[in-house]
Design a protein around this ligand. Structure first.
Ligand SMILES: NC(=O)C1=CN([C@@H]2O[C@H](COP(=O)(O)OP(=O)(O)OC[C@H]3O[C@@H](n4cnc5c(N)ncnc54)[C@H](OP(=O)(O)O)[C@@H]3O)[C@@H](O)[C@H]2O)C=CC1
Ligand SMILES: CC(=O)N[C@@H](CCC(=O)OP(=O)(O)O)C(=O)O
Length: 353
């Protein structure tokens, strides 16, 4: 941050869903000067032509991606690009002194061989840079985020699910082998670029699982769950596409080690765990979260239940996949990296009732 208390920021991939949420929030951020928007097919277009509802607020044109230009103007750069592009840009930006927040998966997996198994990128060999990346989930890694210049922003399913699971694993309350994550996402989770399954005609009035046993968020979930548990954890993760635009509901099931625990106990444990986390709300007993409550906000709402008949805990967690699940969480990390209050510039109130 400059001596004037302001930070110059650029967004690469500004035309995408993550990009436009970043623009929306950073335009209103009290410490940010948005000075660069970059893109590929959108380069050369005034931003207000791509998103006319923002034309009155932002007067920038999307520029071709040029590292020297970006580094000469920006102290901080957000990369909102498809997987496999950030690792080709981030090392040069870091070298030139920028802080980088990558919204893609490129820096999330700490083992490059695991990354290559799930994402490809056989030419990739940037282990030194990868070693500097910090997983950008502030509720779990706040201290480390304060000390890095490279943030690997988590995926939307992983953010929502890990916030539901973390207290259980960190405190050894469940048998990790029994962990099942059943998650449901709106279609904006697939981004703005056309895909047949995301068409209204395909997704409307329908509900289906996909990536069963093979979704690429599985190794990301297992990496963080293993870190939290202190030993290797395998996760059964099943995502579903549901006919709505924004939001994720993640329902987590696991067997409790102590069958004597009741939901009041767990609620106390969760409330203490998240007492310094302004973006996590643990709901009162018997209240289960609805995805619309988080829509448009950086909040994650968590509801808890215990089934005394099966000795299982059931944790339900909701976020807006584009805000806490993506762009909002990145802004939360920016705030921490700049020594600012982590709530600055982030939406708190949902669109809906
Ligand atoms: N959508 C979601 O809910 C979440 C997404 N993510 C991740 O965040 C990242 C961005 O996602 P999202 O915003 O949904 O993506 P979108 O598909 O909406 O946007 C992609 C952006 O990348 C740019 N782009 C595409 N190809 C290239 C290229 N070859 N060179 C340069 N720029 C390119 C596009 O620019 P142009 O239009 O100019 O071509 C566009 O601005 C992805 O890695 C995604 O996996 C993470 C969490 C949640
Ligand atoms: C509904 C939908 O398609 N969702 C996306 C998840 C978006 C995301 O977080 O992807 P990254 O890990 O690549 O950043 C998917 O399942 O691929």
């Amino acid at each position: 941050m400059g001596d004037n208390g302001r930070v110059t920021v650029g967004i690469v991939g500004a035309s995408g869903y993550g990009g436009v949420q970043l623009v929306r929030m950073l335009c209103e951020h009290p410490n940010v000067d948005l000075v660069y928007l970059g893109g590929d097919s959108s380069a050369g277009k005034p931003y207000g032509d791509i998103y006319p509802h923002l034309a009155h607020r932002i007067d920038l044109t999307v520029e071709p991606i040029d590292i020297d230009t970006i580094a000469s103007r920006c102290q901080v750069v957000f990369l909102g690009l498809p997987n496999g592009l950030a690792y080709k840009m981030a090392p040069q930006l870091l070298e030139k002194g920028c802080q980088v927040l990558d919204l893609s998966a490129d820096y999330r997996l700490t083992d490059l061989n695991v990354y290559k198994d799930w994402y490809g990128g056989d030419d990739r060999d940037d282990r030194d840079v990868l070693a500097k990346a910090v997983y950008g989930l502030p509720e779990l890694y706040r201290d480390r985020i304060l000390e890095t210049n490279l943030i690997a922003c988590p995926g939307c399913y992983t953010t929502t699910s890990l916030l539901a699971i973390a207290p259980l694993l960190k405190q050894g309350l469940i048998d990790p082998d029994t962990l099942i994550i059943d998650a449901k996402s709106g279609t904006s989770g697939g981004g703005r670029q056309g895909k047949i399954n995301l068409l209204l005609a395909e997704a409307h009035n329908s509900l289906a699982a996909y990536g069963v046993t093979s979704h690429r968020h599985t190794p990301e979930l297992e990496q963080v769950c293993s870190d939290l548990a202190g030993h290797e954890v395998k996760v059964q993760f099943t995502p579903h596409l549901i006919p709505m635009v924004r939001g994720i509901l993640s329902t987590v099931y696991a067997t409790l080690r102590d069958p004597g625990l009741v939901r009041e106990d767990l609620r106390t444990i969760y409330s203490v765990f998240y007492q310094n986390s302004p973006w996590v709300r643990v709901l009162p007993n018997g209240v289960y979260p609805q995805s619309k409550w988080a829509c448009g906000t950086n909040l994650c709402y968590i509801g808890l239940e215990v089934d005394a008949r099966t000795d299982r805990v059931i944790v339900m967690s909701v976020t807006d996949n584009l805000i806490k699940g993506q762009a909002g969480q990145a802004v939360q990390c920016l705030n921490l990296m700049q020594g600012l209050d982590e709530t600055l510039g982030l939406p708190k109130l949902a669109f809906y009732p």
